[in-house]
Design a protein around this ligand. Sequence first.
Ligand code: ATP
Ligand SMILES: Nc1nc2c(ncn2[C@@H]2O[C@H](COP(=O)(O)O)[C@@H](O)[C@H]2O)c(=O)[nH]1
Length: 217
Amino acid sequence: MSGNEFEPVAIARRGLMLVLSSPSGAGKTTISRALLADDDGLTMSISATTRRPRPAEAHGRDYYFVDPEEFGLMINRRELLEHAKVFDHYYGTPREPVEQALSDGRDVLFDIDWQGTQQLKQQAREDLVSIFILPPSTLELERRLTQRAQDPADVVARRMSKAADEISHWAEYDYVLVNEDVGRCLAQVKAILTAERLKRERQPGLLDFVKALREGY
Ligand SMILES: Nc1ncnc2c1ncn2[C@@H]1O[C@H](COP(=O)(O)OP(=O)(O)OP(=O)(O)O)[C@@H](O)[C@H]1O
Ligand SMILES: Nc1nc2c(ncn2[C@@H]2O[C@H](COP(=O)(O)O)[C@@H](O)[C@H]2O)c(=O)[nH]1
């Protein structure tokens, strides 16, 4: 039985890939964590990286921390869906968990840079929803990077010097948000996700559902 008050109508859907990019420190990690906390249908893609863990980071939760040799092997074995050099280190998205989640009809969230987004776009444009997050000002971006207190001063300076480069890719994204107030920005990301999930082409089960409805008349 379906469609009554006890059991919601279940329409088969296709998982999407939600990408968040921004200059370092604009708030991708903050928004991602809040989004994942109350959305069971969303899985975080955990990247592999050759950079060293920050004090509060854990292997397997925030990143898979690997050495450059292992990263090279992952590329050669075609285990990465995309990869790029960002701020002097290598970062990449393990392929298998993403493909598994999508085939289970789950959506996948990515915190990756513009290079990775371009690579995903080439491979799966129709499954990709991309959001670029801007800081409210350069001064506030620097304040956030500094008060996060997870990187030494030279790393913060290097990231600030690359912020303009990263921002120059804003127009390649489907949506562009300003993260001034976290709550507002989070609500905007949730609104985008809700609308994108409801797109007709992401609900292949609609065909059978509508057919059954019409046959009922
Ligand atoms: N809207 C906001 N207002 C004030 N502080 C914020 C806001 N959003 C995020 N922050 C803070 O700014 C700092 C950087 O945020 P976060 O780590 O989420 O950035 P990020 O884009 O993921 O950075 P990176 O690319 O380096 O991983 C954190 O300390 C976070 O708490
Ligand atoms: N192309 C990819 N970029 C990635 C990936 N994982 C993270 N990133 C981006 O790197 C920078 C720096 O991240 P940080 O954790 O060192 O602050 C940031 O812009 C991330 O979005 C990835 O797998 N591929």
